[in-house]
Ligand binder design. Structure first.
Ligand code: F6R
Length: 610
């Protein structure tokens, strides 16, 4: 989704904004633009491009605008095609007020009609353009008041950065249902969609709450609500460091992040699990007493996080014997979910900003359920709006396709399952000890899979020419099949479906022939023999089969399928090493096909609109 960066300080704004825009690229975008104010000339330079940020950088490098105040934007088109005119910043009739925006202004048509009837001239098809015109109309010498009065008229979602030549010592930010943070440096300040954009400059971050505005001058930031009440700033120190947001020698962020899988497991476990299997979370927010009262669990999530949550159902129901329902957040919020104060609602989201998931947990809180979020981003909206939070501690994930955070989510769900089971005395001490030991061995298993990258690459080369794939898995590896298919389709643009292996014969088998390979997750477990039968059924229809099998397992020796061996681990924990193999396979197929794996077409890292 759109990326926002704003700068006010003592250094030249343009190079900083350019660099930050590069860091925002991962969010997904189709056009970009900047506005830099030059105080000596009392002039604002606006440069836009309907192509990648690099094009903008080239143009600005030839003629770098001077100035210490500026804003920059990467646009993911919602209202209006990705053209130069529709790219942000947008301005008013006098070209003095500059606005960049992430979100959707739902009542823009009505506002635009009113503004046009009062003589305002619009140049773009965007919803955003109403904002500078509203500010122009309300401006009577106080820019902050004009922004406030304008935003009160606006319905929908926004994160914005605004400046005006009327008051060039001010950079203003505001947010409602879209993320925005403020970076505090040495006599310089930043407004950004996320921390990744500003991590090279500062680790001190002011978290802006829902419906809050910040006005930054050379005296520093002042936070207030839209109705003008002052708000005490919440400032945190970010623990990420800049190397985590760089490729570190890998060709793509995705490759780096897959390779961080073992580390992601260790980080999610660190300090939370004793050898006796006792789990403690630092900011969990719920007491044992409250956990004991939990009658049922609803999990809400989207995309890859939805599949992690689906795994959570298998994990928690098995360990704690509490009924768990998993629902796409986008569906949950628009029906009448049966929840009350004895329901625990778990929001699963890497970014903590996904609009659907955020809305779902708000709905759950409105219905008095207890809510915890599992997220990677400290201070994200979901973290701030839940009763408790479990952080992934996976470090920034820049590749659009989630990889290491899927793993970290699942590890956190194992821990949550153990914690819920423990308060109910569901697991004997020896089972808890065994689980703890098995979980602590997982990073080694992930390492072993990563060491098989060459085998997976060779397999990917062989299969990259096919147009369709069927992923099948059973039991706890069924959600892994779904995730494997999603990974492949989103980065290689190939058609891939995930199915519970037993379902194949109930319809999808009709698709299979020699042009439709099956990727079977057939690692050792209670249903291995069943999945072997499903593989036989696929082979009998001439479908090529790639099977993921446990190391040393002779299970498929007799068959004419391709095999990828992964280390043998307890079936209950096998989704972790298995998914790493599937991530690598998807990555290599997409690379083989020359796809832009870090920024797949049409996708955004953090989907902050409905
Ligand atoms: C897929 C992917 C998306 C996200 C989804 C939810 O690889 O990255 O499907 O999983 O948009 O995002 P979060 O987890 O930030 O809520």
């Amino acid at each position: 989704m759109c990326g926002i960066i704003g700068y006010l300080g003592e250094r030249a704004a343009a190079p900083i904004i350019m660099e930050s825009l590069k860091r925002l690229e991962y969010r997904g975008y189709d056009s970009a633009g900047v506005a830099i104010y030059n105080e000596d000339a009392d002039k604002t330079s606006v440069v836009k491009s309907a192509a990648k940020v690099d094009t903008l950088v080239d143009r600005l490098t030839e003629d770098m605008p001077a100035g210490r105040l500026g804003i920059g934007h990467t646009r993911w088109a919602t209202h209006g095609r990705p053209t130069v005119i529709n790219a942000h910043p947008h301005t008013d009739c006098t070209n003095r007020i500059m606005v960049i925006h992430n979100g959707i202004i739902e009542n823009f048509a009505e506002l635009k009609r009113g503004l046009q009837s009062r003589g305002h001239v619009f140049v773009s098809e965007t919803d955003t353009e109403v904002v500078p015109h509203l500010i122009e109309e309300h401006f009577k010498g106080d820019l902050v008041a004009a922004v406030r009065e304008s935003l009160v008229q606006v319905r929908g979602a926004y994160a914005m950065a605004i400046f005006s030549q009327h008051d060039p010592d001010l950079l203003i930010g505001a947010r409602l249902n879209a993320p925005l943070v403020v970076g505090i440096g040495e006599k310089e300040w930043f407004i950004a969609s996320d921390i990744t954009a500003i991590i090279p400059y500062t680790k001190k971050v002011l978290l802006l709450g829902e419906g809050e505005m910040v006005s930054i001058s050379s005296l520093g930031p002042e936070v207030s609500t839209l109705d003008g009440s002052a708000v005490k700033p919440r400032i945190i120190e970010v623990k990420w460091d800049i190397s985590q947001a760089q490729k570190g020698g890998y060709p793509h962020f995705m490759a780096k992040e897959i390779n961080e899988g073992a580390q992601a497991v260790s980080n999610a476990l660190r300090g939370r699990l004793t050898e006796e299997g006792v789990v403690a979370f630092e900011e969990f927010g719920l007491t044992d007493r409250q956990l004991l009262k939990v009658r049922d669990i609803k999990m809400v999530a989207a995309g890859t996080s939805f599949y992690a949550a689906l795994l959570g159902k298998y994990i928690i129901e098995d360990l704690a014997r509490i009924p768990v329902e998993v629902e796409p957040a986008s569906e949950f919020r628009y029906r009448q979910p049966i929840i009350d104060r004895d329901t625990l609602v778990v929001g699963v989201s890497q970014s903590g900003e996904t609009a659907d998931t955020l809305a779902a947990i708000r709905e759950a809180r409105r219905r008095e359920a207890r809510v915890i979020s599992i997220t990677n981003v400290v201070g994200s909206s979901m973290a701030l709006e839940s009763d408790g939070v479990i952080y992934l501690h996976a470090g920034p994930e820049i590749g659009v396709a989630s990889t290491k955070t899927f793993i970290a989510h699942v590890v956190c769900l194992y821990l949550l399952g153990i914690r819920l089971a423990a308060v109910r005395h569901r697991l004997p001490p020896e089972r808890l000890r065994e689980l703890a030991a098995d979980l602590k061995r997982l990073p080694d298993a992930v390492h072993t899979v990563l060491e098989r990258a060459e085998t997976l690459q060779a397999m990917a080369r062989k299969y990259a020419r096919y147009q369709n794939f069927m992923y099948i898995g059973r039991g706890i590896n069924y959600p892994v099949a779904l995730e494997g298919a999603l990974k492949l389709k989103e980065i290689s643009y190939l058609h891939a479906e995930g199915y519970a292996a037993g379902e194949l014969k109930h319809g999808p088998i009709a698709l299979l022939d020699k042009s439709f390979p099956v990727f079977a997750i057939a690692t050792a477990g209670a249903t291995t023999e069943k999945i072997v039968s499903n593989i036989q059924e696929a082979l009998a229809r001439d479908a090529p089969v790639v099977a993921l099998v446990s190391q040393g397992d002779p299970v498929l020796d007799e068959m004419t399928s391709d095999r990828i061996e992964v280390p043998a681990v307890a079936e209950f924990l096998s989704p972790i090493p298995n998914v790493v193999a599937l991530q690598l396979f998807a990555y290599f197929v997409a690379s083989e096909r020359g796809c832009d794996v870090d920024q797949p077409r049409n996708l955004a890292k953090s989907v902050t609109v409905e």
